[in-house]
Design a protein around this ligand. Structure first.
Ligand code: OOG
Ligand code: MG
Length: 263
């Protein structure tokens, strides 16, 4: 498919917006539009963003997804993806994550980047990212696909803003300037039991590479990573189910830990 007609882009974005608001999953868009391209899907994503910011929300960050082998294998999609983060979806550790506002949440650990300076592609490298990052923060991303069964193809998950649900931020802020983020080890626990372990290098060789990839990717349609924005570089490990009563904790060497409770 080349360009989608304006009405079709809006119609598909509206279906996703309604799925988010009503917490009712929909069929994959690629089931009825088999030839949907990644470019079509980014247009749908931008239309979805306009719907969400049109009802009072605000973009306060950006995200990547599928930047590690573990995540690509988990979802069966072998390409990194880019999306946005809304202010209303960023939570502190003590708030608890309201499952009732989500369809079928999953949790995954990430090293969040809080930018002190703007990053505008093309030509952004990991070194630029580290220089522009004020702090890294231990974080859990709570994913929530709007598609039935949490299953999707590349174009579906792009249109669905990369399954963005909530982000839970820890309260410790560390400068990454003197740190080798590749070597930051991570332990993921659920309800006190070890689930998986990872390291920064699992995310495109270095989570800073994922942020650089994102800055260069969104430059294609004239977007930038802004000073003050939060950037999620992607999880080094597969996500885990997150149901009411569950407590998930991620501990990162030198960066600290973050816990999220599903309520
Ligand atoms: C897509 C989003 C993936 C990550 O960190 O890899 C993502 C999904 O798995 O539903 O956020
Ligand atoms: Mg993620």
């Amino acid at each position: 498919m080349t360009a989608l007609t304006e009405p079709l882009t809006e119609t598909l974005a509206r279906q996703l917006h309604e799925a988010i608001q009503t917490r009712r999953p929909i069929a994959q868009l690629t089931k009825s539009h088999a030839d949907l391209t990644a470019e079509n899907a980014y247009e749908i994503q931008r239309a979805l963003c306009r719907f969400q910011t049109g009802v009072g929300d605000r973009v306060t960050g950006k995200k990547t997804g599928l930047t590690s082998k573990a995540k690509q294998v988990e979802m069966g999609v072998e390409e990194p993806i880019a999306g946005y983060l809304l202010g209303s979806t960023i939570l502190g550790e003590d708030e608890g994550v309201p499952a009732g506002e989500l369809i079928h949440p999953k949790a995954e650990p990430e090293i969040a980047f809080l930018l002190g300076e703007r990053l505008q592609g093309p030509g952004v490298t990991a070194a630029h990212v580290i220089a522009a990052t004020r702090f890294v923060i231990p974080a859990l991303e709570i994913l929530d696909s709007r598609f039935e069964g949490f299953k999707f193809a590349l174009a579906d998950v792009i249109a669905d803003n990369c399954s963005a649900g909530r982000v839970v931020l820890g309260s410790r802020l560390v400068s990454p300037a003197e740190m080798d983020l590749r070597l930051v080890g991570m332990v993921l626990e659920k309800n006190g039991e070890l689930v998986s372990t990872g390291a920064g290098a699992a995310v495109l060789g270095n989570p800073a590479n994922a942020v650089a990839w994102l800055a260069n990717k969104i430059a294609v349609w004239g977007d930038t990573l802004e000073a003050g924005e939060l950037v999620m570089p992607g999880s080094p490990v597969a996500s885990i189910d997150f149901r009411p009563g569950d407590v998930v904790r991620a501990t990162f060497d030198r960066i600290g830990s973050v816990a999220a409770r599903c309520r």
